[in-house]
Design a protein around this ligand. Sequence first.
Ligand code: OGA
Ligand code: NI
Length: 360
Amino acid sequence: MINNSSPQDWPEPIIRVQSLSQTCIDSIPPRYIKPLNDRPSTNSLFESTNIPIIDLRGLYSIDPNEKASTFKKISEACNEWGFFQIVNHGVSHDLMDLAKETWRQFFHLPMEVKQEYSNSPKTYEGYGSRLGVKKGAILDWSDYYYLHYLPLSLKDYNKWPSLPPSCREVFDEYGKELVKLCGRLMKVLSINLGLEEDYLQSAFGGEDIGACIRVNFYPKCPQPELTLGLSSHSDPGGMTILLPDDEVNGLQVRKNDNWITVKPLRNAFIVNIGDQIQVLSNAIYKSVEHRVLVNSHKERVSLAFFYNPKSDIPIEPAKELVKPETPALYPAMTFDEYRLFIRMRGPCGKSQVESLKSPR
Ligand code: OGA
Ligand code: NI
């Protein structure tokens, strides 16, 4: 099922979507045209629906009712949506703006400079324009930059852009703050699941967790109705903290059979549950499918910070949550084994975590 080696190179020459965006004035190449069923659809019924918005200040309230209701809102959001926005999260708004602006500048550097950081499917680190290595695959309308932040053994400044000059320093600071934020959220999730507050963090490997960032760059697209910026997928890791572009919508989250467009609040982060927390929680928390639409009038930049288990420890449903009436839904698997799938096949809905389900 899962092949154990990643290929060294992409199956076809890489074309930067940013370059296509400049040369394809009226129409996009066939490689980017999605099958009819995958194309963006709008359902005006859900125009005013948004994912839950949660004020994290409530977690530390001296009012016990407010505190309890904040925990409950997070619990319901993880169970019913797999997605929520957080405000008063403790990360400096200036740092958030600076991080986004710095990466936007990177994508506006001359192509020759960016090409020096071109990535390969072996580790995905660097400047990339496709996920998955299937020859002839229909591609997404985006470029990205992918980097490891933790563990320290994988952090390699040579892979980080040297321009803009502040890039390394800004991302170091941003990563530090986001690791802290994730640590706090892991405690809340553990408590909400009825586990010890350190349960999830320990299951992730304690101090040895992994963290990476993918900066997504979605150039303007002349035919946004035919393609996607990022195809439907669930995030394979533990938990994702997304800093969206608050000037351009694009992210859609699946709710039953509908796609809900996220309306980002300024200075908020979007949190979503990844497949590993779905497994650890025995599917009490959901890793939900999402995708990104593009548009013809404005580019979009987003920073996805992935907080992951240590890559070589087995992840399986918490024993406390496995009962006769709720048997374990998933076998144990390490994150190293697990993520090979998305790295080979590219984004494809929730097919992986679902395919792991033990026969009942
Ligand atoms: C991702 C992702 C959403 C976005 O990078 O996994 O889902 O809005 N990004 O860019
Ligand atoms: Ni995602």
